[in-house]
Design a protein around this ligand. Structure first.
Ligand code: CP
Length: 308
């Protein structure tokens, strides 16, 4: 079985069978990391390019490692060091990369829909590595993978997602993925940090942290900071933390075995208390490690999977 599209643009476009296929494939590829030589020849002779217009640690590095563990050639392109810095359009940069026989273009861009536009303009596979607040499908797949590994199932789990739902690249995709796989998802936060109409994707919305995380099996957190996109939305980080920081006292309201995950660049003392971060750090590290196997699965399946 293979994916229906040449691209991976969002969770919205994936069927539950395709999500399950990616998770199963990632589980099979995961043990490559345990070998003395962490490589298989699956994508030998193919080339993967990262085209990142925004900073990234986890996504950028895990795609690079995923490509290299599948023996693909790999190149990193950033806005600062490419002709994008001189005003070249995203499409022209992508077409130049395509002309050099690159087969996979992994794109991070702040503009919602940028990878979708590129996927229409080029014939090679485009993977969305985060397009602003719209979709970050591989992060959502990583969340599913880690949750499944720790909990053993997803259907019926109560998942609370807290943090900045306006600017977080992963929140919408993770909510969509969890709902597709049968979890019950609640977005928790002050109303200025929750997109209008959020309920339309099937989530509950809760403005009280205590209510939102009560009895949760999993809590997913995103970084909260003051940036140009939200500076008018919240009065201060101190005010946010007072009502929404995941403290030990608040965490005690969730299930005793509640799994706490974070998408990275933690702001300790704002969305997560330092003592909760310390307790959660092993699972958060697993979440980052799992990112490599999930991205290997995505590249492998986009290359044709069993058809190749
Ligand atoms: N989770 C995530 O997207 O992290 P990076 O911004 O470090 O890639």
């Amino acid at each position: 079985m293979a994916l229906h599209s040449k691209d991976l643009l969002g969770i919205q476009e994936l069927s539950t069978d395709e999500i399950q296929l990616i998770l199963d494939t990632a589980a099979n590829l995961r043990n490559i990391a345990e070998r003395p030589i962490k490589k298989v020849p699956t994508l030998r002779g193919r080339t993967v390019a990262n085209l990142f217009y925004e900073p990234s640690t986890r996504t950028r590095i895990s795609f690079e490692l995923a490509a290299k563990r599948l023996s693909a050639d790999f190149i990193n392109i950033t806005a600062a060091t490419s002709s994008a810095a001189t005003g070249e359009t995203l499409t022209d940069t992508a077409k130049a990369v395509q002309a050099m026989q690159v087969e996979f273009l992994v794109v991070r861009h702040s503009m919602a829909g940028a990878p979708h536009q590129l996927a229409r303009e080029v014939e090679i596979s485009v993977v969305n590595a985060g397009d602003g607040p719209h979709e970050h499908p591989t992060q959502a797949l990583v969340d599913l993978f880690t949750i499944l590994d720790v909990k053993g199932y997803i259907e019926g789990l109560k998942v609370a997602i807290t943090g900045d739902h306006i600017t977080s690249p992963a929140g919408r995709s993770s909510a969509l993925a969890l709902i597709k796989m049968g979890a019950e998802v609640t977005l928790v936060g002050p109303s200025p940090l929750i997109p209008p109409g959020a309920e339309s994707i099937g989530v509950h919305v809760e403005h009280s942290m205590e209510e939102g995380i009560a009895d949760a099996d999993v809590i997913l957190l995103s970084r909260v900071e003051i940036n140009p996109d939200n500076e008018l939305r919240i009065p201060s980080l101190r005010e946010y933390a007072r009502f929404f920081c995941l403290t030990e006292t608040r965490l005690a309201l969730a299930k005793p075995d509640c799994l706490v995950l974070h998408w990275g660049s933690m702001n300790r003392g704002v969305e997560i208390a330092p003592d909760v971060a310390r307790v959660a750090e092993d699972y958060i590290a697993q979440q980052i490690t799992d990112g490599i196997a999930v991205r290997m699965a995505v590249l492998y399946l986009l290359s044709g999977g069993d058809r190749s």
